[in-house]
Design a protein around this ligand. Sequence first.
Ligand code: ATP
Ligand code: MG
Length: 559
Amino acid sequence: MATTEMGNGAETGKNLNFLEEIIEKDLAEGKYQEIKTRFPPEPNGYLHIGHAKSICLNFGLARKYGGTTNLRFDDTNPVKEDTEYVESIKEDIHWLGFDWANEFYASDYFDQLYEWAEELIKKGLAYVDDQTQEEIRVGRGTVSQPGTDSPYRNRSVEENLKLFREMKAGIYPDGSKVLRAKIDMAHPNMMFRDPIMYRIIHADHHRTGSKWCIYPMYDYTHGQCDSIEHITHSICTLEFDVHRPLYDWFIETLGIFPSHQYEFARLNLTYTVMSKRKLLELVRNNYVDGWDDPRMPTICGIRRRGYTPESIRMFAEKVGVAKRDNVIDLSLLEWCLRQDLNARSNRYMAVLNPVKLVIDNYPADTVEYFDAPLNPADPDGPKRKVPFGREVYIEREDFMEDAPKKYFRLKPDGEVRLKYAYIVKFASMVKDADGNITELHCTYDPTSKPGAGEWRSVKGTIHWVNCNVCEKVECRIYDRLFTEELMGSIPEGVDYKTYLNPDSMVIKTAYAEPDLLKDDSGIAVQFERTGYFYKDPKNGAYNKATGLKDSFKVSQTGF
Ligand code: ATP
Ligand code: MG
């Protein structure tokens, strides 16, 4: 089972998460006047829910403590990065409800980083290494064995400077040389065994064009970028904790603004994958219909599915900030969406699996309009008009021939209320040669009209749509993208794609009350008794965002 470990409720202002504790202490001690955070995506793919968590955390902390957040694109690998991704990332952050103080790029700092590299060479703290990638890997040793010095480790400062400048000038091919920090090949933290600072890549960069053919590595870039921007709290995911000492080493050795790194557990969700590499593969090989396929865990995907920014922010808050890795139940995300939509979405009736019901004693060619609230939370608020008539569609599941005692929908000799309209009583049914029901017949009770006389209750109420005054709409019913709950735990060597759910999308034609098409709320609507549906801005189909029932056990988690 996935854990549903919750944070400790930052919203109360009392139970602080560990990052809030650190920040409050730093502010109280006057270490900083104002906090600064950053969100540092690599523009090599679309953002997913894990990134949304990081965005809500970084922007949320700055907002809470009156600080600011920079958006910094970590664009140090020209081969994988693209402006298409830059634009989508900015759109997604805005959609989530956040705005950055500054838009920066790691590539803005390439000149400064280069100068610092020369400075380290001059101090005897960096050298050009001609070994192959493989030789360097072997030379680093293992966790239990120290590394061995490169034969190029003791080049003179002059030679290193000359070679590094030649690397920059472009006279060496890719992979022929690297610049390494000269630290300690026997250091217990492998990160310190002369980490690579620069590699040669003859490729055009989406911003700097052909200016550079040497590009800095993550470890040589990230801390210094934070420092240049005076980021006070640089928050990243847990796997970077082994990098932290190196982050500090570069900052201390260069004597620049002391940014600090803090790590929290990355967000994992059940029944999905969140690595950009895997998501890219699903897109490239057409397992899904693009990055914004409503089944994808990408921000653009869940937006198309009908998720709201409010529900994602609520989710990020509920998940909290953990210090150890865990997997969050997908149903918590759905629960948050339901919380939000239940309060503010408009209601309509739509029948997804129709069977015709004829009301024998109701006049043909008559349309009677019933008032229904757009949102039951506001019964005196805006209304919609629901057209009633002699022939309506109801859901097949709302009639049962051999019904158990507790079945309170329509059954032989039973009565049921057609929501907002009359009570009808079963009369007969018509079957085809195979025994399938093709038509149901009822009679209605004219005295059961809402608002006319005393209200008569029956146990069951079902939704319906007038067969002749209705709109045909396409519905897309989604299920989990993968059948396996813990996608992170599938064995090495097993292709994660074997767990793709073949039934993750089912397309249906539904009949809906006419006012649905006039809805201009901009958010998902509720199809009464069925679920929340969002009109796909791309193709006009109604995407099922989530059902009405919770599979998530609220009590388990203490909120
Ligand atoms: P991937 O491994 O999927 O490619 P990434 O970590 O390389 O993701 P980046 O663009 O580097 O993606 O991430 C930007 C920021 O978002 C980083 O600070 C990273 O720590 C954070 N982040 C990425 N994935 C998650 C996640 N699942 N949960 C929380 N934060 C995340
Ligand atoms: Mg990354």
